[in-house]
Design a protein around this ligand. Structure first.
Ligand SMILES: Nc1nc2c(c(=O)[nH]1)N[C@@H](CN(C=O)c1ccc(C(=O)N[C@@H](CCC(=O)O)C(=O)O)cc1)CN2
Length: 317
């Protein structure tokens, strides 16, 4: 943000009023990587305690269908995080040619396995498989992604709580809480309305007594709506869409986007950017998450947390 400051400037005995544009100091960075690391240690301790008490470790089934590079990276990260936390991962890697029946069977087998407390099917699935059918086949009590319609339905209802909350929106709220950002009574804008992030994030904010508007690709005057918000969750999947001019001075900005843009200066040929124009927004917001290193690591930490909670419910209901 630029604040206009009127100062008296003396030039050779002549004093004139001049407006100097002074840049606000940059926002505090909400370090999702560090917060996620702390949470993962907390989970590891809780897993050790569960081992000591029940002689059981939480088990997470991770199903991946196909060879998408990004999905393989995320699944590798999830399995590594499980191993570090003492959570046993049950791996099911299926070729892209797998039929819907075969994927359904994998889910049913994990539903029936008492050592599996959480089942995650990495999205997106190949086009010939109906995602919704697969997600609805996951046992409610093992739905660690929180994508089952009954879990989503409970999230939408006043006075009801789902068994599991989707990991990325849960991570956004955890980032706000651990950064001492008050949610109650605040105006919030969620940019994006996906089932995985935007819509559940809006419901979570509302459950915490924020007044929430969801802004999407068909919203007229999106900028002026976002500009009223004290808390912005940007989850549109559109690189650097939220500009500095969209953000109210002092707002808290949680950027969920991970968009890769070409960058010839990088060894990889690309770099990751969020849904916010970070270099502009950081001079307007009071707190902001970076990309990478903001919400992404929290998605995995929350997956572990959901799996632990699922196992705890089974052994100590
Ligand atoms: N079954 C699910 N599928 C998908 C989900 C999900 O929650 N459940 N979310 C996304 C992808 N995702 C997890 O699966 C995910 C995305 C990003 C990150 C992350 O840590 N990103 C890093 C950058 C990593 C990189 O360099 O590529 C960051 O932001 O710092 C973790 C998990 C879609 N599918």
């Amino acid at each position: 943000m630029f604040a206009g400051v009127a100062v008296a400037v003396g030039v050779g005995g002549f004093v004139a009023n001049k407006v100097i544009k002074k840049k606000s100091p940059p926002a505090d960075i909400i370090d999702g990587k560090a917060i996620a690391a702390t949470i993962r240690l907390e989970i590891k301790e809780a897993v050790n305690a569960m081992q000591a008490k029940y002689k059981k470790a939480p088990g997470l089934a991770v199903v991946i269908v196909g060879e998408r590079k990004d999905s393989q990276t995320y699944v590798r990260m999830k399995r590594k995080a499980c191993a570090e936390a003492g959570i046993v991962s049950f791996d099911k890697d299926m070729p892209a040619s797998s039929t819907q029946e075969e994927v359904l069977q994998a889910v049913k087998d994990f539903n029936a396995n008492p050592n599996v407390h959480g089942i995650l099917v990495q999205l997106p699935l190949p086009k010939h498989i109906d995602e919704q059918t697969i997600l609805e086949a996951i046992s409610l009590s093992k739905d660690v992604d929180g994508f089952h319609p009954l879990n989503i339905g409970a999230l939408a209802m006043k006075g009801r709580d789902p068994l599991f909350v989707p990991c990325t929106p849960k991570g956004c709220i955890e980032l706000l809480d651990r950064s001492n950002v008050e949610i109650k009574g605040k105006i919030a804008a969620v940019v994006g309305r996906s089932n995985i992030v935007g819509m559940p994030a809006a419901m979570l904010l509302q459950k915490r007594d924020a007044t929430v508007t969801i802004v999407h690709s068909r919203t007229p005057g999106a900028e002026s709506i976002v500009k009223k918000a004290d808390i912005i969750i940007a989850a549109a999947g559109s690189a650097e869409m939220v500009k500095g001019s969209w953000v109210k001075s002092g707002a808290v900005v949680i950027d969920v986007g991970t968009n890769s843009v070409d960058d010839a200066t990088k060894k990889t040929g690309y770099r990751l950017v969020g849904d916010c124009a970070f270099e502009e927004v950081k001079f307007v917001a009071s707190k902001i998450t970076p990309v990478p290193g903001g919400v992404g690591p929290m998605t995995i930490a929350m997956l572990l947390k959901n799996c632990l909670e699922g196992a705890q419910r089974m052994y100590a209901p």
